[in-house]
Write a protein that binds this ligand. Structure first.
Ligand SMILES: CC(C)(COP(=O)(O)OP(=O)(O)OC[C@H]1O[C@@H](n2cnc3c(N)ncnc32)[C@H](O)[C@@H]1OP(=O)(O)O)[C@@H](O)C(=O)NCCC(=O)NCCS
Length: 193
């Protein structure tokens, strides 16, 4: 396995694989994936776009992560902004990187790839804070939650409802840069950046 930074065009070239990994990881239906495909294709052009991918030795996509500068006028940013008070907006949204997607193919999960991807993405990100949303779940049982907590993400909002989605989400954040040592150093067989 090797971890590589991706430029926007790298992501567009592998969009079928990206959507496939995303669908497998989240267990989403094909119709929803087509919509997400459109969003992802547009996201690569946003300011501050950063992406990483994990490739097998045969070049297959095992995982990916991406994000961009979060700002007014973006749907996600505006939803979160509207739910925060002035002090929280100032602290968290002034110069913020959003981790939009982070996924590992189920067959490759549990070997440190997700942590490696997150660490690499945050080391490339521009911002003084990083935010993300993740479905509410049992923190001890959810691999995503355990990963974010290990990286020091704290709660901004819990059981937050985005319009049109009946699931509750947590909005989590932490400061940048990643100054302290976070996990995922030395995962075997993975080349860092
Ligand atoms: C969340 C997700 C990205 C995490 O990726 P991952 O590769 O499975 O996560 P990691 O391997 O880095 O961490 C998983 C475990 O491996 C362990 N690990 C870390 N480095 C390791 C290594 N070098 N060797 C073996 N295990 C290692 C971690 O301690 C961790 O243990 P835990 O899950 O029991 O807490 C991935 O599971 C996923 O895509 N899930 C479904 C989609 C999803 O929830 N995405 C996030 C939505 S917001």
């Amino acid at each position: 396995m090797r971890l590589v930074p991706w430029q926007p065009d790298d992501m567009l070239r592998r969009l079928d694989d990206v959507v496939s990994v995303y669908g497998e990881a989240m267990g989403y239906r094909a119709e929803l994936l087509q919509t997400r495909r459109g969003y992802i294709g547009a996201h690569v052009r946003r300011a501050g776009f950063r992406a990483v991918a994990t490739l097998t030795t045969e070049g297959q996509l095992a995982g990916f992560g991406y994000g961009y500068a979060s700002g007014p006028g973006q749907w996600w940013h505006d939803q979160v902004r509207s739910a925060l008070d002035d002090a929280a907006r100032q602290r968290w949204l002034s110069h913020c990187f959003e981790v939009v997607e982070l996924h590992v193919r189920p067959s490759a999960q549990g070997h440190g790839i997700g942590a490696r991807q997150l660490r690499a993405l945050l080391s490339m990100a521009d911002g003084s804070t990083v935010l993300l949303s993740t479905p509410e779940a049992d923190e001890q049982r959810s691999r995503a939650w355990r990963l974010y907590r290990r990286f020091g993400f704290e709660d901004l909002l819990r059981d937050f409802h985005f319009p049109g989605d009946e699931r509750g989400f947590a909005i989590l954040g932490r400061g940048l840069p990643l100054t302290e040592r976070v996990p995922a150093e030395g995962a075997p067989g993975i080349v860092g950046i």
